[in-house]
Write a protein that binds this ligand. Structure first.
Ligand SMILES: [Fe+2]
Length: 344
């Protein structure tokens, strides 16, 4: 509770002191991304263009609530966050305006990772991690997300809770491909295979496999690289070395992909600058900065991922068939089937 109050105070202080009143040389970002490296990136943008970047950081729910409540008076130009499901759901509420698909953005970002309202700025895959001590690679031959519900994995799978948007987007993609009924059955099978009630963040799932509590975990790609980098301490680094990444659905539609991204808000006072900033974020220079700090995949061609990410496996088949814009549309259905399966 105390933490929430402090964040709210910080946000309101920032708002009254620093937000631009539509001056043409500024842009106001509301960001739920928690990377210091993003701020360095905005400084590069300012150095290049002279446009001052004001950032309001916070949790998604708090930022969205404030943007909705302030309505036409909002000074927010750009909302930046992780997960296409979040961007899509906010779009469904009518909070974005068109503009995120300028010709430069269209040229840089593949069509399935953007809409007219928002665009991806980096990619991630949600993959399976396994214990090479307890799982034969041959058991994973042809493995899919769908197979996570196979009774042969009973008591061996860990994945975080159903309230997590990454899981909601993964399940949304299954609904999009297999239908709601089949996905509801799948969710029941997955819950029956869980090694424990879902708890913890993505790294906690990888740690559970390393500790022998489970054989398979589901987590995003950048977390393993983050742990391997040592930035989360020597224990997590050692644990990360005990698990191996596996990219599912290589024989059919490909591995589930997601994005972090940004959209131009409905009442943005500095729309032109917001578009310029999005264009900068998908430039080669910015992409190199992003991938080397966050361990995400680049959104554009011609930029290499960080070497810790590259060593997890390059050239895997991405699911480019399922548009990330479907995640927000199927989010409510996804949550419904997860809760019906008693997924914590
Ligand atoms: Fe994350």
């Amino acid at each position: 509770m105390k933490k929430i109050t402090v964040i709210a105070f910080f946000i309101s202080l920032f708002a009254s002191a620093a937000l631009a009143e539509g001056h043409s040389n500024e842009v106001n970002i509301f960001s739920a991304r928690h990377y210091d490296s993003d701020v360095q990136l905005y400084e590069k943008f300012t150095a290049k263009t002279g446009i001052i970047v004001n950032v309001v950081s916070g949790k998604d729910k708090a930022l969205q609530k404030r943007i909705i409540e302030e309505g036409k008076d909002s000074k927010a130009d750009l909302y930046i966050t992780a997960d296409a499901g979040r961007l899509g759901a906010f779009q469904e509420k009518g909070m974005f305006q068109k503009g995120a698909s300028s010709s430069a953005i269209k040229k840089a970002v593949p069509a399935n990772f953007r809409t007219a309202y928002w665009t991806g700025i980096a990619k991630r895959a949600r993959i399976i991690y396994y214990s090479p001590e307890r799982v034969n690679v041959s058991d994973l031959d042809g493995m899919t997300y769908e197979n996570l519900a196979d009774p042969k994995w009973k008591g061996k799978v860990v994945i975080r809770q159903s309230n997590n948007v990454y899981n909601q987007s993964l399940v949304a993609s299954l609904i999009k491909n297999n239908g709601k009924k089949a996905t509801a059955e799948w969710a029941k099978g997955l819950v029956a295979n869980m090694a424990r009630d879902s708890k913890g963040n993505d790294r906690a799932q990888i740690l559970a496999v390393a500790a022998g509590e489970a054989d398979l975990a589901v987590a995003n790609t950048y977390y393993l690289a983050l742990m391997l980098s040592g930035k989360k301490g020597p224990e997590q680094q050692a644990a990360a070395k005990k698990v191996k990444p596996f990219f599912p659905n290589q024989n059919d539609r490909g591995t589930h992909m997601n994005i972090s991204g940004g959209g131009i808000l409905k009442y943005a006072p500095n729309k032109a600058n917001a578009i310029k900033l999005l264009e900068f974020l998908v430039s080669k220079e910015a992409q190199e900065h992003i991938v080397n700090n966050t361990f995400e995949y680049p959104m554009v061609d011609g930029v290499e991922p960080h070497k810790l990410v590259a060593q997890m496996g390059l050239g895997f088949k991405e699911d480019l068939k399922t548009k990330v814009s479907s995640y927000g549309k199927k989010q409510a259905d996804a949550l419904e089937v997860m809760l019906a399966a008693s997924w914590k």
